[in-house]
Design a protein around this ligand. Structure first.
Ligand code: AMP
Length: 397
């Protein structure tokens, strides 16, 4: 996939509005994870170096079209200033007189950070008039928010029809890396799926089935597959309306010559609690009063062997409840296996969301080829969808 990006001449001396994703976690008014801020710095540095004046527009949380102080971007601006040493002027709205005033007083060495675009209901309606209002004070638009690119909103899609627009460095990097895995993977190619729900990953399985050699399934979603095989799963997660899909996938995999590996052993607990008593069992012996919360060591060994024997690895979804130390070992071991495979020369990609949080928690985030910043966006990318926030820049021949 090739995207239209900016050259210095496109932005030099221009007022550039950049759509970033500063939807970061906050606690007591402080940013607790600044990964998303850091991901945009290459684009912002390149724009500054080219002599652009840079303003930032983003959403934060789901304020549902109303001003809600809980979702102000002001503390995110403070964190960004602390991280970079840049002067960041916070503007308490993203359209109207507040923006006009800030733009009229805009100093060359100053970034403007506009208030949460989702304080306006028109944003999520992809409203063209609202896109025009956002654009009014700027010359050029740069779309850098990969993690919001699966949404057709005014600041991610409609605006591209109003201003001369380019893809930012983060989006270019994300699409390049994810395309390697999706469109031209070196074989053997293994897809690792986990997390809570089968339903979120159905379209990914369907699209990738034709391309992969092996699918490793862990996490909560494995239990729906066990159920499809007629096994008893006790109190483990199960999506009863997806059992048929799971059965069909097991069949289809056979037809396509794709191997699906399910856990060989599972850690089961009495309750969904960090200190719940637990034990290791075979998937054929899950007690009716227990729930599976992690994969066991035999599974880790089998999955690791496949990962280390692959040239391309795509991972989406934790292998267990990695937020609880007692049920995090399977996910940690798979993160480690990806790091080892990378060192041996494999191309390894971690889809965003919880798997990105997990690999970071275990300290392997810089030891794999790519960790995506987009959870929903990377899933939709692997579903083979054209993302509305990226489509305007696609110049693939
Ligand atoms: P997802 O957003 O579908 O990738 O799911 C991620 C969530 O799945 C994480 O919060 C995990 O704690 C959770 N998860 C993983 N394995 C299990 C399991 N066996 N039972 C319940 N939840 C799980």
């Amino acid at each position: 996939m090739k995207l239209k990006t900016f050259l210095p001449g496109d932005v030099s001396g221009k007022k550039v509005l950049v759509r970033v994703d500063l939807n970061v976690p906050l606690a007591d008014g402080k940013v607790t994870d600044s990964t998303r801020i850091a991901a945009h710095l290459p684009t912002l540095r390149a724009l500054k170096a080219a002599g652009a004046k840079v303003a930032l527009i983003s959403h934060l949380g789901r304020p549902k079209g109303k001003v809600d102080p809980k979702y102000t971007l002001a503390p995110v601006g403070e964190e960004m200033a602390r991280m970079t040493g840049w002067k960041i002027r916070f503007v308490p709205d993203c359209i109207g007189p507040e923006v006009e005033k800030a733009v009229s007083e805009w100093k060359d060495d100053e970034f403007l950070l506009l208030e949460n675009v989702r304080f306006h209901p028109e944003e999520e309606q992809n409203d063209m008039e609202f896109a025009k209002s956002i654009s009014k004070n700027f010359d050029v638009f740069v779309m850098d928010a990969f993690s919001a690119s699966h949404r057709a909103h005014s600041s991610t899609r409609a605006i591209a029809e109003v201003l001369p627009s380019f893809a930012g460095i983060l989006i270019v990097k994300e699409t390049e890396m994810l395309s390697v895995a999706r469109d031209k993977p070196q074989k053997p190619f293994v897809l690792i799926l986990g997390g809570a729900k089968v339903s979120d990953k159905i379209a990914v399985v369907e699209n990738m089935m034709k391309k992969v050699d092996t699918i490793l399934i862990g996490g909560g979603m494995a239990f729906t597959f066990f159920k499809a095989q007629g096994r008893e799963i006790g109190k483990s997660l199960c999506e009863s309306d997806k059992i048929e899909f799971a059965a069909r996938m097991l069949d289809e995999a056979d037809k396509h010559g794709v191997k699906i590996l399910l856990p060989l052993d599972v850690i089961v607990a009495d309750e969904f609690k960090p200190d719940s008593p637990y034990l290791l069992v075979s998937p054929d012996e899950i007690p009716s009063d227990k729930m599976g919360l992690d994969i066991g060591p035999k599974t880790v060994e089998a999955f690791t062997k496949v990962i280390l024997g692959s040239k391309t690895v795509l991972w989406n979804g934790p292998m267990g409840v990695f937020e609880m130390p007692a049920f995090s070992k399977g996910t940690e071991a798979i993160a480690k296996a990806l790091a080892e495979a990378t060192e041996k020369g494999s191309f390894t990609v971690v889809g965003g969301g919880d798997s990105a949080a997990a690999i970071t928690q275990f300290g392997y985030e810089n030891k794999v080829s790519h960790v995506s910043t987009g959870g929903g966006a990377s899933l939709e990318f692997f579903e083979g969808k054209i993302l509305p926030g990226i489509e305007p820049y696609d110049i693939t021949e």
